[in-house]
Write a protein that binds this ligand. Structure first.
Ligand SMILES: Cc1ncc(COP(=O)(O)O)c(C=O)c1O
Length: 425
């Protein structure tokens, strides 16, 4: 649903920015709506340009785990800004931040800060290729790892599909060494390793997928990835840009007790600022310049403002916060499941911690093939009906909703009531 103020702003924006936006999903094209322009936000609420208030389940696409404009995070950024916005030289803050990450992620022995999740995954893959001296990377259909050329590969049908760019402007040659396999399919992965194992530099995976809607790993799937990588000398990479410090203080790997070779972080660890991380085993990270021959650099990398926001956020993520997130998210899941049953609508709510998706699909959704069978038309109607009732849900069937520490029982109950009405509308 769009208000008149947003409609006017969109008209101006569309003349200047492709689709009127700076990132495509913000255009609401997947739900047949028009974007709501935002003036500000506080806690669990977003304030639209026309003054309307929405309960927010996008959370800036994940970073706002403490709720919007948390006073401690705002104060940390304000205080740092007084001392200069950046120096292009090392600071003690970066050391503190690296210590904070390494304390929470035992698999990470050394790391580098970058400015976006896209940069983190792109750089991790370059490091893995430099370390192994191999070219092939393996990803999974429906997992998104940012928009670098080598990762924009069409979901393949059947077994491994090499080299089908998913976007115009990506040379076929660039993705010729990217294989995409079905998520949760151990045998497809085993077959690929049996055939191509000596050419595989890395396997990159979202350990809990958020980018085809919320899809958890089947028992044993992640373990199999680590095992095959170990046996064949390939690098395992957990892309925890979305799950990192959200599913637990140590991300999905902390939740499952796993030890990948490399990890990518973003979103939450940057506290809402442009900050991301790639890191892992010392031997791999020592391949990065200036220690090694793998080049990677960034003018704004480790920005003191971003690090200040990230540290302030990490410091507040204690056990009590994760308990609250679990309680609120489970309340939302149960409420939505009841609402679906009462409205006699076919759907399934999939959730891990504070990430959740209502698929208009009988379920369970275990892969991109399953997710793609969801009723997107119905999701679009549901999304518009929720917005009319003051609830801002992710504008795509294939995105996860995020609950924040600022969401209260009252917020969740209001959301469930809105969902009930939206399903019956
Ligand atoms: C799992 C995952 N990896 C990488 C990215 C890319 O991050 P960014 O948008 O900061 O470039 C995203 C973005 O949503 C993501 O969810």
């Amino acid at each position: 649903m769009s208000d008149e103020t947003s409609a006017r702003l969109l008209e101006r924006a569309e003349r200047l920015l492709p689709g009127g936006v700076n990132s495509p999903v913000r255009a609401f094209r997947a739900v047949g709506g028009a974007p709501i322009f935002i003036r500000g936000a506080k806690g669990s609420k977003l304030f639209a340009a026309d003054g309307r208030e929405y309960l927010d389940y996008v959370g800036s696409w994940g970073p706002a785990i403490l709720g919007h404009a948390h006073p401690d995070v705002v104060k940390a950024v304000q205080e740092r800004a007084e001392h200069g916005l950046g120096f292009g030289a090392p600071t003690e803050l970066e050391v503190q931040f690296a210590e904070a990450i390494i304390a929470r992620y035992p698999s990470v022995e050394m790391l580098r800060c970058v400015s976006s999740g896209t940069e983190a995954t792109m750089s991790a893959l370059r490091a893995a290729r430099g370390f192994t001296g191999r070219d092939v990377i393996v990803k999974f259909d429906g997992c998104y790892h940012g928009h670098s050329d080598g990762l924009l590969v069409k979901a393949g049908s059947g077994l491994a599909t090499f080299g089908n760019p998913d976007s115009a402007g990506v040379p076929a040659g660039v993705v010729a060494s990217t294989a995409s396999l079905p998520f949760n399919d151990e045998s497809a992965l085993g077959e690929l390793f049996a055939r191509e194992g000596s050419r595989i530099a890395a396997v990159i995976v979202e350990p809990v997928v958020g980018n085809m809607g919320l899809v958890p790993p089947q028992p044993g799937f992640l373990e199999r990835i680590l095992e095959l990588c170990r046996d064949h000398g390939a690098v395992s990479i957990f892309d925890e840009v979305m799950t990192g410090s959200r599913l637990s203080a140590g991300g999905a790997q902390g939740l499952f007790g796993m030890n990948p070779d490399m990890t990518c972080l973003g979103k939450v660890v940057g506290g809402g600022m442009p900050l991301a991380v790639y890191g892992g085993k010392r031997a791999i990270m020592e391949c990065i310049a200036p220690l090694g021959a793998v080049y990677q650099a960034g003018t704004l990398s480790g920005s003191p403002l971003a690090i200040a926001a990230g540290l302030a956020t990490l410091e507040r993520l204690d056990a009590g916060v994760y308990e609250h997130l679990e309680a609120m998210s489970s309340r939302l899941q149960v409420g939505l499941e009841r609402a679906l049953r009462d409205a006699n609508v076919s759907g399934v709510v999939q959730r891990v911690g504070s990430m959740l998706t209502l698929f208009f699909h009988r379920g369970p959704v275990r892969s991109w093939t399953d997710a793609a069978q969801s009723d997107r038309e119905l999701f679009g109607r549901f999304h518009r009906a929720l917005a009319q009732r003051g609830v801002y849900f992710p504008p795509s069937q294939f995105e996860a909703a995020f609950v924040s520490a600022a969401h209260s029982e009252e917020d969740i109950d209001r959301t469930v009531e809105a969902a009930r009405a939206a399903l019956e509308a």
